[in-house]
Design a protein around this ligand. Structure first.
Ligand SMILES: [Zn+2]
Length: 441
């Protein structure tokens, strides 16, 4: 038997199977139930999230031989022909395909003269914003005076490029990116059905990589399984998708927390030598710090808000939340700033083959929280005698950590509220600004 790729095999066949678009499917179900069918619908949203699948399901709802129904039987000739894409009454036009430009206009102009066996004839125009001006004019004329029992479904990833005259005559549905959690649930179900053994962390990696597109997630899983067979290893997933391992960032931040410079530089070298995209690494860092800041809310339990703001499985959120307590809010905001500055430096100087040095300097700054690169070691040493630091010595942890965190805390706490208002909202010791990578290079 010929192999059917996962996205095709598991294409949703009724509204309940459409993942993550309940706001659309529920409205369409009601419309079918009450018989209030529009002549033109606009489905907008990113690719691979179910726009054309939903259009086909709507076609089945309208044309099922058992009568108009929000739950088409899927077995009658009409339903089967629509599923297989062989129905002469359901026409799919890809406006992005050059070969179909003239065909699109021709088809639209002839809409009123055609008739078939279906209750409703449906025209699904994918990437409708790519239609030529002539086709748009033909389309506008048709939907201004629509022939009875013809439904247009216009799908697009760029609704702002669809003329206003068309938009105003459509019922518009905005399809959402699908959450990582929903994609994971779908992939898990699909893996069970296919007998694929895969870990939760791999499912998470694939779901994240798909960035809200269910189809992309299914394609990735398909590729991974064809490479590694039905027993999927985490290493294979990371290698095939080119994803930096989740535990990499965990280790990196552990190194930063301990101010362990050799360890963080070792990790930087691992990234460079493994051939990962440096931009991905920087984005990963930004996201990791962003999540630490978001989770730092003074509540020990993982809350619903935490889960909604950090798109991760609950276990990972719990672990990250514990980690967020290792750093002060000021430190985290400052770290984010350093990473952004590094991103700018990489864009400006990276082409000269300086990536390694730029990243290493960033790691050192982050590990030392900038304090040790001041060029004024005397000043720092003197301040370490202050009573506040003695108090922070009670914190458990390696000695170097006490110094770094102690210094950080002192800088924050010794400023009065009025001073805080005058300065920037987070505390970056003035001397850290002396390190300008541009000048060094
Ligand atoms: Zn049917």
């Amino acid at each position: 038997m010929a192999y059917i790729v996962l996205p095709r095999k598991y294409r949703p066949q009724n509204f309940d199977e459409v993942v993550g678009q309940t706001h659309v499917t529920q409205t369409l179900k009601n419309a079918v139930q009450t018989g209030k069918i529009y002549h033109a619908y606009l489905f907008s949203g990113p690719r691979g999230i179910g726009k054309t699948s939903t259009a086909r399901i709507l076609a089945k709802c309208l044309n099922c031989e058992k009568g108009m129904t929000p739950n088409p039987c899927g077995k009658c000739t009409m339903c089967r022909e629509i599923t297989e894409g062989t129905s002469i009454d359901i026409l799919e036009i890809d406006a992005a395909s050059h070969t179909q430009v003239d065909k699109a206009r021709d088809l639209i102009e002839k809409v009123k003269f055609t008739s078939g066996s279906a209750r409703y004839k449906m025209y699904i125009i994918d990437e409708v914003h790519m239609l030529s001006d002539a086709s748009f004019n033909a389309l506008l004329k048709t939907i201004e005076e629509p022939p009875p029992n013809v439904v247009f479904v216009l799908a697009t990833t760029a609704p702002h490029h669809v003329p206003q005259t068309i938009l105003s005559r459509c019922q518009w549905f905005v399809f959402k990116r699908i959450s990582t959690k929903d994609i994971m649930t779908h992939l898990r179900k699909l893996s069970n059905l296919e007998g694929i053994q895969i870990s939760e962390s791999s499912l998470y990696a694939i779901a994240r990589y798909a960035e809200g597109s269910l189809r992309d997630a299914e394609v990735s899983l398909d590729q991974i399984v064809s490479f590694s067979g039905n027993e999927v290893k985490d290493e294979d997933v990371n290698a095939l998708l080119g994803i930096i391992r989740a535990d990499f960032f965990r280790n990196f931040f552990e190194g930063l927390f301990k101010a362990d410079v050799p360890s963080v530089i070792g990790l930087i070298n691992e990234i460079i030598n493994s051939g990962y995209e440096i931009e991905d690494f920087i984005k990963g860092l930004q996201e990791y710090i962003r999540n630490l800041i978001v989770l730092k809310d003074g509540i020990s339990e993982v809350t619903e808000t935490n889960l909604s703001l950090v798109d991760m499985p609950e276990e990972d959120v719990k672990e990250l939340k514990a980690k967020s307590n290792l750093f002060s809010e000021e430190e985290l905001v400052w770290m984010l700033d350093v990473v952004y500055q590094t991103q700018r430096d990489l864009r400006q100087f990276g082409m000269r083959g300086q990536e390694r040095l730029i990243l290493e300097l960033m790691a050192i700054r982050l590990a030392k929280r900038g304090f040790r690169i001041s060029g004024k070691p005397g000043a720092t040493e003197k301040k370490q005698q202050s009573p506040e630091i003695v108090q922070t010595q009670k914190i458990q942890g390696p000695p170097v950590l006490k110094d770094v965190l102690g210094t950080a805390r002192r800088v924050v706490e010794t400023r009065t509220p009025s001073q805080l208002r005058e300065k920037e909202p987070y505390s970056v010791p003035a001397h850290t600004k002396e390190l300008d990578i541009g000048q060094i290079l």
